[in-house]
Design a binder for this molecule. Structure first.
Ligand SMILES: [Zn+2]
Ligand SMILES: [Zn+2]
Length: 235
């Protein structure tokens, strides 16, 4: 007799377990979903496990407007202080923000956090300009520190501040060229039939040095104008 009981009991336990799993409901009032684990359905169990509260819907950013979602990620300070972006930062140190729009491919359109902040405070970025930091601090999104300027002007300013301190450039005591000189020489070469030697003579440097400026091998931080570098004659 007792041997029969021992045979049946594991089977009973199994049936009982299956029954419990299938028929029990979530213990949250009003939740009709089936039991999953720890008194809860799958959803409420996940919330309870992750956040310690089955009623917590999760993201504190849920249901916010796009600007609210942006400001929730900004460590705001005094008016003249740098306000650091606390969301995702790219490898160049700039904040990355989803402005709520989609690309044609369907993926989220990510924009620079400083750029987004400029747009919502100062309006659209003018054509041909980019959003720059007067404080030279990439993760900063204080609207008072953001202004629109051309890429060339921004590069030249960064150069003067010594951010891209190079072996070549106007900070090099041996260098005879300045950012303005490089821009002017390239513009001259791109828009006229002048030879490299003539450009070099006008700026008082060697043909070889001017050639490296005009083909972009030197002064890489200064953007090349349209039409440069010219395709090689041999090619
Ligand atoms: Zn539930
Ligand atoms: Zn700043």
């Amino acid at each position: 007799m007792s041997s029969v009981g021992q045979l049946i009991s594991p089977f009973r336990v199994f049936v009982n377990f299956k029954y419990t799993k299938l028929m029990k409901k979530c213990s949250i009032e009003g939740c009709e979903k089936p039991f999953y684990a720890n008194k809860y359905c799958r959803l409420h169990n996940q919330r309870w496990k992750r956040l310690g509260d089955p009623h917590n819907p999760g993201s504190r950013l849920y249901g916010l407007t796009v600007p609210e979602r942006f400001w929730a990620r900004v460590d705001r300070g005094d008016d003249d202080a740098c306000w650091l972006y606390t969301g995702r930062i790219n490898q160049d140190g700039y904040g990355v923000f989803w402005d709520g729009t989609k690309r044609q491919s369907g993926s989220n359109r990510l924009v620079g956090a400083h750029r987004y902040c400029f747009v919502i405070n100062h309006g659209p970025v003018p054509d041909g300009k980019e959003v720059c930091h007067s404080c030279d601090n990439p993760p900063c999104v204080n609207p008072a520190h953001l202004y629109a300027d051309t890429h060339a002007a921004n590069a030249s300013r960064a150069w003067k501040l010594g951010r891209n301190k190079p072996r070549y450039g106007e900070d090099n005591p041996k260098s005879k060229m300045t950012v303005e000189g490089v821009v002017a020489a390239r513009a001259l070469y791109a828009s006229t039939d002048i030879s490299i030697r003539e450009v070099a003579n006008r700026f008082g440097i060697t043909d070889g040095a001017m050639g490296r400026i005009l083909n972009g091998r030197h002064w890489k931080s200064v953007p090349m104008p349209e039409g440069l570098p010219r395709p090689s004659r041999r090619g």
